[in-house]
Design a protein around this ligand. Structure first.
Ligand code: NAG
Ligand code: NAG
Length: 387
């Protein structure tokens, strides 16, 4: 009882000193679960802790996940699904109950830090949702405010590249004409409450749509001559930086000069259809390995050097129940059995059989050498055990 009595007070004290920021590191990961064969949430916690990944996004508010994350220190952003948007926008009570049941009930043991309102709604195929997104966001925000959670829970929504037009070169990027009337008031609201612009950025998809004109090395953070943006007077040596600066350019064009861009999804498929050139294990490893190094530098982009790039990788697992092209089911850093899809320095659930690299090892020694050493050590241990 005493604890319950003090609890709101402590929470209030806590919120006074914590800056509202859902993403505390630079490297996070999306935990998509459209699969019938992936490890349990408890095993995922083990996997994430071993990989030292602390920032996680899920696409719903699944209670088995929220329970498994309790007391782990993992920071999680949860989601209102697109299917729930209509209800959230039409009823403040509905939003309040949702926040009580899916957020308040799990705090503070489960570190819920943000709520994503829908996913890739604007510019997406379900036009009926474009007009309800803002009211859904407002109702959910008001609910967090009513429950005194607005200082620890960040409200946002992830945008795909479908919200833009003319994204090449970056300086020419604008919000699409059809999207603009919905985007502007949404951004005004996010600006008021201090939320960032969330971008799902896939050099992979840009490359697949135009493999003749795009140098794959530019998409993969490999050595390349890059591109020059004449208006920005800036040089880009990788496409992800250019995509982020395209988002900044669109925000500036719409009058939002201070808003930060956060990458809520990026990744590369390790398998794809005939029509998806570049989707293979070699390229997926190269992208994710170089991306990890890029984020570890804690640097901004050419146009916004002071805004350190933060990104959530897509995704933890290959998801076998997803629709669409083969690539959709093959974005995982891990396979459904918990083993690694390719080596970027993490080890799988069956840890003995994969490497134990840290990022430092990768940077200083190069991958193949320490991988070989680890394999030799594992083999020697095995031989010792046998004899
Ligand atoms: C949110 O709350 C504010 C006052 O706290 C109110 O003015 C506003 O109308 C509310 N918004 C919605 C969508 O209910
Ligand atoms: C992956 O694709 C690249 C071209 O993008 C090719 O050079 C490479 O050989 C392919 N790797 C595998 C394992 O198929």
């Amino acid at each position: 009882m005493i604890f319950r009595f003090f609890h709101p007070f402590l929470l209030l004290l806590f919120t006074q000193f914590v800056l509202l920021q859902a993403f505390t590191g630079t490297y996070g990961i999306n935990y998509g679960r459209i699969a019938d064969n992936i490890p349990s949430p408890d095993e995922v916690v083990t996997l994430l802790r071993a990989s030292k990944i602390r920032n996680i996004r899920i696409y719903d508010a699944d209670h088995s996940v929220l329970k498994a994350f309790s007391g782990t220190g993992l920071e999680i952003v949860i989601g209102v699904t697109n299917g729930q948007l209509q209800d959230m926008s039409s009823s403040a009570d509905h939003a309040l109950n949702w926040v009580k049941e899916n957020v308040q009930a799990f705090l503070p043991e489960t570190r819920i830090r943000g709520i994503a309102i829908g996913n890739e709604v604007l510019g997406g195929s379900d036009n009926a949702l474009w007009g309800v997104l803002l009211d859904a966001a407002k109702n959910v925000y008001n609910a967090t405010k009513k429950l005194h959670l607005d200082k620890i829970i960040e409200i946002s929504t992830a945008n795909s590249f479908a919200v833009f037009q003319d994204s090449y070169p970056p300086s020419s990027c604008k919000f699409d004409n059809n999207v603009k009337q919905y985007m502007k008031p949404l951004l005004e609201f996010f600006q008021q409450i201090g939320s960032p612009f969330c971008l799902n950025a896939y050099p992979f998809l840009a490359y697949v749509s135009n493999p003749e004109d795009i140098d794959i090395n530019y998409a993969l953070f490999q050595p390349t001559k890059g591109i020059y943006d004449p208006k920005f007077k800036l040089h880009y040596d990788n496409m992800l930086d250019a995509q982020i600066d395209a988002a900044y350019a669109a925000l500036e064009d719409a009058g939002f000069h201070k808003m930060e861009v956060i990458v809520t999804e990026t990744g590369w498929a390790s398998a794809g259809d005939q029509t998806e050139p570049g989707a293979n294990v070699t390229n997926a490893r190269t992208y994710n390995y170089n991306l990890r190094k890029r984020l570890a530098k804690k640097k901004g982009t050419p146009h916004r050097p002071k805004n350190v790039v933060k990104a959530y990788i897509f995704a933890i697992f290959n998801e076998d129940s997803k629709n669409g092209p083969t690539s959709e089911r093959n974005y995982g850093l891990f396979k459904a059995d918990g083993s690694i899809s390719y080596n970027v320095g993490y080890h799988g659930l069956n840890a003995g059989y994969s490497s134990h690299l840290s990022l430092k090892d990768i940077n200083t020694q190069g991958l193949s050498r320490s991988y070989t050493i680890t394999m030799i050590l594992c083999l020697s241990a095995l031989i010792l055990m046998i004899f």
